[in-house]
Design a protein around this ligand. Structure first.
Ligand code: SF4
Length: 245
């Protein structure tokens, strides 16, 4: 369960705290960004679907060959399942992912002339595409602000007492209500960077945390700066390579 927010905090005070936290995270992680490699909305949509249960680093290893073999929605729609499986095998769950990509290609061809739509309602109508994936594509490929909520965003915002829910849809709605629309996409990247590098699931580096002063969970991990500093990861890339998470 996420911790309670600071006692007697009004909605306005919580909003102010959320924005201070976002600014502090922006200073700590100026390099936070979408870590999936892509050139087009379709490539990002495919990469995001492949990233389920694996790391962005691992996805980036398979996508160059995948994107070369399947350059458009028609190619996925007509793909040979076994051949597609081989190309994405190392990302795990490759059978269901291959089925999903073929289904996605067909839905794009049948409903959207083979193009990835740039609206939330259309994106979530595609098979296998939920709000998180749709927000990733909207925010990073279309420049439409969106706040994808993944496991890191859930954990970090819960510990910070910003959100009382563990339902990603509600968390997204509440966070969007507190942050300025123009900041939604980057705020998600920053919460994810904080979760990967500092506010780890098992042992958060509270003593090296730039937002500890606004966090009701400070002390969950070591508060000693040296001990905490040793827990901080240099970059999400390093974490992905080391932890596979
Ligand atoms: S103080 Fe600790 S629990 Fe709170 S956000 Fe920072 S690392 Fe996470």
């Amino acid at each position: 369960m996420p911790p309670a927010s600071p006692p007697h905090e009004t909605p306005l005070a919580r909003t102010r705290r959320a924005r201070k936290i976002d600014r502090a995270l922006a200073e700590r992680y100026p390099d936070a960004h979408c870590e999936l490699d892509f050139r087009t909305p379709l490539e990002l949509l495919v990469a995001t679907l492949l990233s389920a249960q694996t790391t962005d680093v691992r996805v980036n290893l398979v996508t160059p060959a995948l994107f070369a073999r399947y350059p458009d929605a028609e190619a996925y729609a007509g793909a040979d399942q076994a051949e597609l499986e081989e190309l994405i095998r190392s990302t795990g769950f490759f059978r269901s992912k291959a089925r999903a990509l073929i289904g996605l290609g067909r839905a794009l061809v049948e409903g959207f002339d083979g193009e990835v739509p740039g609206r939330m309602t259309d994106l979530v109508s595609l098979p296998g595409v939920g709000r998180k994936t749709a927000n990733v594509v909207l925010g990073n490929a279309f420049g439409v602000p969106g706040l994808p909520v993944d496991t890191h965003v859930l954990r970090v915002t819960g510990r910070l007492g910003l959100i009382d829910s563990e339902d990603p849809v509600q968390v997204e709605a509440e966070l969007c209500g507190m942050l300025q629309r123009r900041d939604w996409t980057m705020a998600s990247h920053r919460f994810i960077a904080h979760g990967r590098r500092t506010c780890h699931a098992r042992r958060p580096a509270c003593g090296a945390c730039p937002v500890a002063r606004w966090c009701p969970s400070a002390g969950l991990g070591p508060m000693d700066p040296e001990e905490a500093g040793r827990l901080v990861k240099a970059s999400a890339h390093v974490v992905g390579v080391i932890a596979g998470g």
